[in-house]
Write a protein that binds this ligand. Sequence first.
Ligand SMILES: [Zn+2]
Length: 439
Amino acid sequence: MQNETILHVGIDDTDSPKGMCTTFLCYEIVKFLEKQEIQFMDFPYLIRFNPNIPWKTRGNGAVRLTIRAKDPKKIKNKITQFVANYSDTKNGANPGLVFFQSKEIPLQFHKFSKLALWKLISRTQAKQFVSENNIESFYLGNGQGLVGAISAVGYEFSDHTFELLSYRKKSHFGKKRGISVDSVRKMQSTLPETFSSYDNESDRVLITPHGPDPVFYGIRGETVKSVVRASTIVNTDEKLDGYMVFKSNQGTGDHLKNELQIDDLKPFTSGFLVGEVCNKPLIQQGGHVLFSIQVKDRKIRCAVYKPTKITQVAKDLIVGDKIKIGGGIRKASKNYGRILNVEFLHVLQLAKHNLITNPTCRKCNKRMKSKGNKQGFECIKCGNRSLSKTTLEIPRKIQCKLYIPAVSAHRHLTRPYQRIKKRNKNIQFNDSIPWMHVF
Ligand SMILES: [Zn+2]
């Protein structure tokens, strides 16, 4: 078969908060494709883009399939039908679908995809991209889904993880999920080969969504083998339809890799800043912590939210601490200008915490009393005198290290502690372990 028969398919935004899920649509498409004259060239991709944009559905995730097809026209027609039939447009889904037929993906796709990781990209830009590059596409609603569909096709991995998503039978959609908590705890022993499955601190299962979507659970891990094996440990109360394993950028911190430009902090962008703490952190009602950092000659307010559990660290920052912080820019509100919502906090250098106090009497080890303005200090016990105040260095409670939110507050893209130094090299696609299985 020739190059032309390689087909990349990008799909996004077929779901709404009320139901469906783009990965499930992808699972249904793969079920169909398995009966066709095609060959899978790669794992299905589940790519998460900028989580700080306002109109995302749940996790702002798009999917991609890459196949070799004998009759690409037929396949494209059928996939378009799938997208039209399965999308929850009644409840606000704005699906986008992109086909790209070539082995190599052009540079402009990669560029577009990189920007979608941390920027706000409008549907107008996506529609422009489609027409300028003469790309086969389809959309419903306002076409916002084209942004993710193009970006999924253009995505390039620099690190990756896998997620096994198991799907419910239709008869169970919307019903409560019954899962053995013990089995999830047991499955968690496969960490670090799997991650973010269970929160020991609050005794909470993290692999099951709570909404009406068709996903029963998702297991995140480093290899196809590790997630498939882990799934055999988990027990559920209902018979599931099947599973599919996606190659993903989840757990890679992908959206926080670029340095934000302090003089161009557009709302809804994600990235990092390096600067110096320039005011004393304030604890807000509700336990959130606000402080500001100075980057060059500008100051930006930063917010650390209570559920992240790094408020403890944030409130111990002092003026002069050098830090690197990652997160998303929140739009200005009535009371505040733009704020960076902190998603990680890396202390680079700690300032000395000096406290200027009355001197201590060397003999009695007691704090001296002031004799009045410019009159010096006196020990009330023995009468010893001293002229000036002394400086006391207070030990710091925080360290020069990276602090990330508690696992219960992680986003799909958050790089967990056990992945801090881990980078998976792009592995060759293979079928040796079934990445898709219908029970
Ligand atoms: Zn004394």
